[in-house]
Write a protein that binds this ligand. Structure first.
Ligand code: BES
Ligand code: ZN
Ligand code: ZN
Length: 503
């Protein structure tokens, strides 16, 4: 076997009409039903899997207990006659009448994870949905190894699949879908890379520099405000949160000018959240490397909108800071002045995300966007309310519901949540315009949303996505998601922007 391509490039994805002679594994889909498992799709690949071979393969799979349950994996030697293929991996898709794009993505992802270290994979899952299959394979094959010293010989379970060939019935089939899927998966990998890069190496100035480099390479306009510019501009929220760190804050603005409609994206970029003076417990604090996942997602989405040449203008406004305790840190009880003039009493320095977001939302609103979407790992309360895989979506009602629906249609599970008016008064401060937390813990996710709402101008369609749990997987791998950064909600964001483009 030759060396596998660099991970950051992802697996090579290609279309093919015939199985190459040196194929290591053929991946087929298996559905379940009362009549037993079935290989799908039924007849798209007559030449590749003729009826007799298909029947023989199904017999072999049945003999070793394959049922076709969702994400079940069954590997058998390739039947004689399947020339050039070493083995066949059947991946379960569940009930035939319930297969959707997300199921195909997940099943392809499980296959890619289990096949890590394989040179050449061919698959017929492309006959069901080539885009979903490609996304699943690419995302499932994702690994993050820049901090492993032994780069020359990655361990078998750390090596990505090198190349995946998607079987298609004719030369033209699926070209656009594959191209699109690859761009989407690359954007998700970019977001994951940012999240997985540890806080020692990704601090505000470095995050800004990397975002700038990617954006400029894509031909986009970039503006980076350093601490001096933030001070001159009056960005009191970003400065207040960032002032406890020896590594000063930044605000990055990336613009893709693609058309008349304007979408503003805002993402929370806390490169590490210790809590500040209101310091967090030591247990699991390392997971706070993920506190810039919102920023990572909006940067990746702005780049993706450009690569897809969407006919909309997308501007990402990304505040970046490190929330540290020190003698220069802000204190509980301090009052800061947000960009735009609102004063905030900082009751709890661990509720820092809303402070940097408020500045960014006000700045983003100066462009008079038609839509404003902010994304943040904002509250532990998001996980208390919805668990680790369901983003909470708040905002103006119509747009909130639209974003939630699109999120679910794209396998990211977003769920609409209210902003109850009666919780707003709990954010009143005795000495400032607002307090950054309520004096109780009820509805913590909603209370954070209500704080942000104060900074969104009337008439802007607004959605706030709290992805505290969904952006970072601290459990075992599942579907196309491994440990660490997940890339959520990049697929939701790009689908919403496409929906807006199609209005
Ligand atoms: N970054 C955290 C939220 C978080 C928690 C994200 C767990 C991912 C996993 C945020 O800055 C925070 O600390 N929020 C506080 C708010 C509270 C002080 C009102 C929280 O959720 O406890
Ligand atoms: Zn915090
Ligand atoms: Zn935070």
């Amino acid at each position: 076997m030759t060396a596998v391509a660099d991970r950051s490039l992802g697996p090579e994805l290609a279309r093919t009409q015939t199985i190459a002679a040196d194929t290591d594994v053929l991946v087929v889909g298996l559905t379940s039903s009362e009549n037993g498992p079935a290989i799908v799709p039924e007849d798209l690949f007559g030449d590749v899997l003729p009826a007799d071979l298909r029947a023989e393969l199904l017999d072999q799979l049945g003999a070793v207990g394959a049922k076709g349950k969702a994400e079940e994996l069954t590997r058998v030697p390739a039947p004689a006659g399947l020339d050039g293929v070493t083995s066949v991996l059947a991946v379960g898709l569940g009930a035939a009448d319930k297969i959707d794009a997300e199921q195909i993505r997940r099943s392809a992802g499980v296959a890619a994870r289990t096949l890590s270290g394989t040179e050449l994979v061919a698959t017929t899952l492309s006959g069901l949905d080539i885009g979903a299959a490609a996304e699943g394979f690419y995302l499932g094959a994702y690994t993050f190894t820049p901090f492993k010293s032994d780069k020359s010989a990655p361990k078998p379970d750390e090596r990505p699949v090198a190349r995946v060939e998607f079987l298609v019935p004719e030369a033209e089939f699926g070209e656009e879908e594959l191209f699109r899927a690859e761009l989407i998966a690359e954007a998700i990998a970019t977001a994951r890379d940012f999240v997985n890069t540890p806080p020692s190496h990704l601090y505000p100035a470095e995050f800004a520099a990397r975002a700038q480099e990617l954006a400029e390479a894509a031909g986009l306009e970039v503006e980076v405000l350093d601490e001096t510019a933030l001070d001159a501009g009056g960005y009191g929220g970003v400065l207040g949160v960032g002032k406890g760190s020896s590594r000063p804050p930044r605000l990055v603005r990336i613009t893709y000018a693609g058309g008349p409609k304007k979408v503003a994206l805002v993402g929370k970029g806390i490169t590490f959240d210790t809590g500040g003076i209101s310091i967090k417990p030591a247990q699991n604090m390392e997971n706070m490397t993920s506190d810039m996942a919102g920023a990572a997602a909006v940067v990746a989405t702005a780049l993706l909108a450009a690569r897809l040449s969407l006919p909309v203008t997308v501007t990402a406004t990304v505040p970046m800071a490190e929330n540290m305790p020190s003698s220069t840190a802000q204190r509980p009880g301090d009052v800061l002045t947000q960009y735009g003039g609102t004063t905030v009493e900082v009751i709890n320095t661990d509720a820092e995300g809303r402070l940097i977001l408020a500045d960014a939302i006000v700045r983003a609103s100066e462009d008079e966007p038609d839509y404003l979407i902010d994304v943040a790992t904002l509250t532990g309360a998001q996980m208390v309310a919805l668990g680790t895989r369901t983003p909470g979506i708040m905002g103006t009602e119509e747009f909130r519901d639209r974003v939630a629906e699109i999120s679910r249609a794209n396998g990211e599970n977003g769920w609409a949540m209210p902003l109850p008016a009666e919780l707003r008064a709990d954010l009143n401060s005795k000495i400032a315009d607002l307090a950054n937390v309520a004096p109780h813990r009820w509805g913590g996710m909603l209370s954070a949303g209500l704080f942000l709402k104060e900074f969104v101008p009337e008439g802007v369609q607004w959605a706030h996505l709290d992805v505290a749990g969904p952006a970072y997987n601290t459990g075992g791998p599942f579907g196309y998601i491994g440990k660490g950064g997940t890339g959520v909600p990049v697929r939701t964001l790009i689908a919403v922007i496409e929906d807006i483009a199609g209005e």
